[in-house]
Design a protein around this ligand. Structure first.
Ligand SMILES: O=C(O)[C@H](O)COP(=O)(O)O
Length: 258
């Protein structure tokens, strides 16, 4: 018998997902397809009889917008939403804004795969000359964090994402789950991967092969120690999910941007 249910969700497609650019801490809204993905996800969760008590999001609009659309489609708009920068997408440093396929042409697909999926390789740091530096660090939302702005990351490996996420997980999310609340975490590809690594004890090597498509709920059934009782379930049409995973993986294939 499972004790707790937890749903992790990578937001619906964002405008830069469509353009195949590293989006990371740049605040982008959902694309039209992304809005539809989030609504479909909400409908699916409603059909499954899912009832959330609490939702956590990052402080990036695409994860918040996704949570709203999911709750709206479920007729559960009243459910409280708590936001934290600690659930933000991985900080991709100097890679932010660049096109993955073009980076693969310039640096090779292997290098891009290492940047995207290795556990402990940090991409090159962002600095003040970067075109998105000011947009990110002058944004008022980063004055609301529980660390001073100067201490926010300038680039992160997946390991560093997990290091900043775990304090929030332990102090804020775990107690709510243990109080019996059914929680949705509407976050990002890499913040969800980091959490999955932690919960499932995925090895540093094997996490490179875990890819999450946009807008697909990942359901976990946990015991009283928050250990998974069975393999994660990606909910929805399995053939479509496999195709969506391949699409995300193929974003790192070398090709001229169109
Ligand atoms: O930051 C981004 O652009 C994506 O949401 C995650 O990108 P990735 O699939 O290359 O890690």
């Amino acid at each position: 018998m499972s004790k707790y249910k937890l749903v992790l969700l990578r937001h619906g497609e964002g405008t830069w997902n469509k353009e195949n650019r590293f989006c990371s801490w740049v605040d982008q809204k959902l694309s039209e397809d992304g809005v539809k993905e989030a609504q479909d996800c909400g409908r699916l969760l409603k059909e499954q009889g899912c009832k959330f008590d609490l939702v956590f999001t990052s402080i990036l609009s695409r994860s918040i917008q996704t949570a709203w659309l999911v709750l709206e489609a479920m007729d559960q708009e009243w459910v409280p939403v708590v936001k934290s920068w600690r659930l933000n997408e991985r900080h991709y440093g100097a890679l932010i804004g660049l096109n993955r396929a073009e980076m693969a042409l310039q640096h090779g697909e292997e290098k891009v795969k290492l940047w995207r999926r290795s556990y402990d390789i940090t991409p090159p740091l962002i600095d003040e000359s970067h075109p998105y530096y000011l947009e990110i660090y002058n944004d008022r939302r980063y004055t609301t964090c529980d660390v001073p702005k100067e201490n926010l990351p300038r680039a992160e490996s997946l390991k560093e994402v997990l290091d900043r996420l775990l304090p929030f997980w332990h102090s804020t999310v775990v107690p709510e789950i243990q109080r019996g609340k059914t929680v949705l975490i509407s976050a990002h590809g890499n913040s969800c991967r980091a959490l999955l690594k932690h919960l499932e004890g995925v090895s540093d090597e094997a996490i490179a092969n875990v890819t999450l498509p946009t807008g697909i709920p990942v359901q976990l059934e946990l015991d009283e120690n928050l250990k998974p009782l069975k393999p994660r379930q990606l909910l929805g049409d399995q053939a479509k999910i496999q195709a969506a995973i391949k699409k995300v993986e193929d974003q790192g294939k070398a090709k001229q941007a169109t």
